[in-house]
Design a protein around this ligand. Structure first.
Ligand code: GDP
Ligand code: CA
Length: 318
């Protein structure tokens, strides 16, 4: 079975680990969000691609959910001693090597998709990991700063400000001019099922869908598209997705997120058991819906979620 998954960072990566356990023989293509990418210290950092690569490759810091295991921060300390910032973005010594290799290859003229493939040759994630685009896309967030509206990089909003100020708009700068990376549209066209893991609907999956051609290819593929809610009991399970949902005028409920994607895109939607009451509303919107446990507490629990998603896909296919 050929499965295409649109993925952000932590939510996407953990879901993919469950997918590999539930469907070990599936041919999985991951379309990764690159709207979170940022240039730091002259290096190109791709947080979501790296989170997927490290998680599936066994190099992730498990407690944190991002960054390398057994990490040290000597380079960061030395940069701070020079007074060189930013100091709010955590880059460890091991992680730095990834960004150095990536930047070196990009400078030599390789596209991000080729660079990602080269990095994955070491990590062997067991999936085909594609950036959504080889073109530069950077998510910016409009905030009020000392009485003035200003657009800041998503990482500054998320990591430095911890989403503590209202977001007035979320804009994937460059997305409208971006082309899907090589292999993205082909993978969607050849897929048997498309899955939206419980990734951030705005700044992860929303950004991928903002690359012209991707949303259309999924809607036109004629295969089941099934998503899993990142919102459980009217709040994000982890992180601050409610803040960016508010910026696009979507309530932080499992039903509202399903309707935000819409029945033109989604065929099936899983909500957590605690949101059982949302099922009728989602189905009334034309999206087949089931309530099942959706907490990715361990690989077994996550694999069970994947099996539910694949079962729902077969149900809508029939
Ligand atoms: P990021 O790029 O690291 O922010 O990661 P993603 O966009 O892939 O995923 C973030 C989303 O995952 C958040 O909105 C969380 O609510 C959601 N999430 C994290 N853990 C779980 C879980 O165990 N269950 C569910 N349903 N959602 C989760
Ligand atoms: Ca992310």
């Amino acid at each position: 079975m050929r499965i295409v998954v649109l993925a952000g960072g932590i939510g996407g990566a953990r879901f993919l680990r469950g997918l590999k356990a539930a469907a070990p023989d599936a041919d999985v293509t991951v379309i990764g969000n690159t709207g979170d990418d940022i240039h730091l210290f002259g290096l190109k950092v791709c947080p979501d691609l790296d989170t997927v690569m490290y998680t599936l490759g066994g190099g992730i810091n498990e407690e944190q959910g991002w960054g390398r295991t057994d990490e040290t921060f000597r380079v960061k300390e030395e940069l701070a001693a020079y007074g060189v910032g930013p100091d709010w973005f955590g880059l460890g010594d091991r992680d730095f090597a990834t960004h150095i290799v990536r930047t070196q290859m990009l400078s030599a003229g390789y596209p991000l998709s080729a660079v990602t493939e080269a990095l994955c040759a070491r990590w062997k994630p067991g999936v085909r990991l594609l950036p959504m685009s080889d073109d530069r896309v950077e998510t910016h967030v409009a905030v009020d700063d000392e009485g003035e509206r200003r657009a800041i990089h998503f990482q500054e909003y998320w990591v430095r400000l911890r989403a503590s100020v209202p977001a007035h708009a979320v804009v994937p700068v460059g997305a409208d001019q971006a082309k899907p990376a090589p292999g993205v549209l082909e993978a969607i066209a050849e897929a048997d099922v498309v899955l939206f893991p419980p990734s951030n609907p705005v700044v992860s999956i929303g950004t991928i869908l903002a690359v012209p051609g991707i949303r259309e290819a999924i809607a036109d593929a004629g295969v089941p598209v099934v998503g899993l809610s990142p919102i459980v009991g009217d709040a994000p399970v982890r992180g601050m997705a409610d803040k960016v949902l508010a910026a696009v005028g979507v309530e932080s409920t499992a039903a509202a997120v399903a309707q935000h994607y819409g029945s033109g895109l989604l065929d099936g939607w899983l909500v957590d058991s605690v949101d059982e009451a949302a099922v009728a509303e989602v189905e009334a919107a034309g999206i087949r819906c089931r309530a099942v446990p959706l907490m990715m507490t361990d690989v077994d629990a996550t694999a069970a979620m994947v099996r539910e998603a694949l079962a729902l896909a077969e149900e809508v296919r029939a």
